[in-house]
Design a protein around this ligand. Structure first.
Ligand code: SF4
Length: 425
């Protein structure tokens, strides 16, 4: 029986149960794979299991040896059943999506990733590869009451700072781990600044023009001043060892639209200290501004992309007024001035497809990129594969990561923005 994981499904009430005689199945674009114990990991702490509405699970029937789409519980034909997927904790790369088919009434799934999951004995096992074990966003290390008391303390210290006020809402209302870490004095603090963006990502979490999909949080509605930014950044840098402060958060547009306040803010920070790492998460669409930012004192950039193939990039980012060539130019400019990572929004079947891998190897051989941050794409998988078009012959996410490590040994892999103390790996 190859140690297959037992299939788990949910009923309409959201109760999850296992189905004897059926194995759990993962999908990578059009490919289906029964999940095995060897190729999965214990469900990471802090992960969530989700029922997929208006969808039918695809399972593997152990006696017939065939894949089956089951809308009814085979042991109780009166009961509808639904697929179950895992939304895995940070640091784990999804290698297979939970296998399912849409029912006719299906609408878009919300902005999460939907990993394959099954049961082995009494434990849930997830179809993931561990890529970063740092506890930066481990909820066990982020007690809510400490976040609240930290926010109260900072309110006294920075009463009129609107950015501090905004980050408080992010931490306490949206549960943003980066905002929580600011109030806990850990690792990386967020510096959201930009009200606008020159891209229209299908899966944008701060602005959705596709009414079927709710966005996760509202975009910042004001532009903080350089002093407000510097005050928040310096407070974090002065109290956290190997600290990182980052522009480009989920609650804003792209920071390159706000360099008029960011560049003076970076200069104010660097006038006071050269400790701490100043990072920018960005779509890197304007090479000239990237150059200015590094000259002002920026240490690193993280360039977001769902694909290194222009057509797939354009289909997802829907850029306004820039091209993928501008993004590649920005990477080359930044590669001469600081640390560059790509925020690789991965989806099995697209990211590990042979065309994508060949193009990625070509980009990596240019030596401007220091790190790949593997981020599961939070978007409806079937609808995403549809918008990406046919992707041929996927090699498997685990094989892809191993292949890159073998061919580009200097390149580092992770999930989080490293402090400059760790730029050399
Ligand atoms: S680049 Fe960022 S802010 Fe802009 S549309 Fe994409 S996800 Fe949204």
């Amino acid at each position: 029986m190859k140690n297959y994981l037992t299939a788990i499904v949910a009923n309409r009430e959201g109760e999850i149960f296992d189905l004897d005689g059926y194995a759990a199945v993962g999908m990578s674009s059009s490919e289906l794979t029964p999940l095995t114990h060897e190729k999965t990991q214990d469900l990471p702490f802090g992960s969530e299991l989700m029922l997929l509405p208006d969808r039918i699970p695809v399972l593997f029937n152990l006696s017939s040896g065939k894949f089956e789409s089951l809308s009814k519980n085979p042991f109780d034909e009166s009961e509808d059943i639904f697929p179950v997927a895992a939304f895995n904790s940070p640091g784990y790369v999804v290698s297979n999506v939970s296998a399912y088919e849409e029912r006719p009434a299906a609408s878009f799934l919300p902005l999460f990733s939907y990993g394959g999951v099954g049961l082995s004995g009494d434990s849930f096992r997830s179809s993931v590869v561990l890529i970063d074990s740092e506890k930066r966003q481990d909820l066990r290390e982020m007690p809510e009451e400490k976040v609240r008391s930290g926010a109260k303390e900072l309110k006294k210290l920075m009463k009129d700072n609107r950015l501090r006020e905004h980050i408080t809402k992010c931490a306490l209302d949206y549960g943003c781990p980066a905002a929580k870490n600011f109030f806990l004095g850990r690792f990386e603090a967020p510096l959201p600044t930009s009200k606008s963006c020159n891209a229209r990502c299908l899966g944008c979490i701060s602005l959705q023009d596709n009414s079927e999909i709710p966005h996760c949080q509202n975009r910042i509605v004001f532009t903080p001043t350089p002093s407000e930014i510097a005050e928040v950044a310096l407070y974090h840098i002065n109290r956290v060892k190997n600290s990182v402060v980052s522009f480009g958060q989920g609650c804003e547009g792209d920071p390159l639209m706000a360099t008029d306040v960011i560049i003076p803010a970076i200069k104010m920070i660097r006038e006071k200290t050269d400790t701490g790492t100043i990072n920018m998460n960005t779509n890197a669409s304007i090479p000239s501004k990237i150059e200015e930012l590094f000259d002002a004192g920026l240490d690193s950039i993280r360039v977001s992309m769902n694909s290194v193939r222009e057509d797939c990039y354009n289909a997802y980012y829907r850029p306004k007024g820039y091209t993928f060539k501008d993004v590649l130019e920005s990477i080359s400019v930044a590669g001469k001035k600081g640390f560059v990572s790509i925020n690789y929004l991965n989806s099995p079947g697209v990211t590990d497809s042979t065309d994508e891998v060949d193009t990625l190897f070509n980009l990596l051989s240019k030596d401007s990129i220091n790190q790949i941050q593997w981020r599961n794409l939070n978007y409806d998988p079937l609808r995403y594969w549809e918008s990406m078009g046919t992707c041929k012959d996927s090699i498997g996410m685990d094989n892809l990561i191993e292949k890159i490590k073998k061919n580009f040994p200097k390149l580092t892999h992770g999930y989080f923005n490293p402090p400059k103390e760790r730029f050399k790996g």
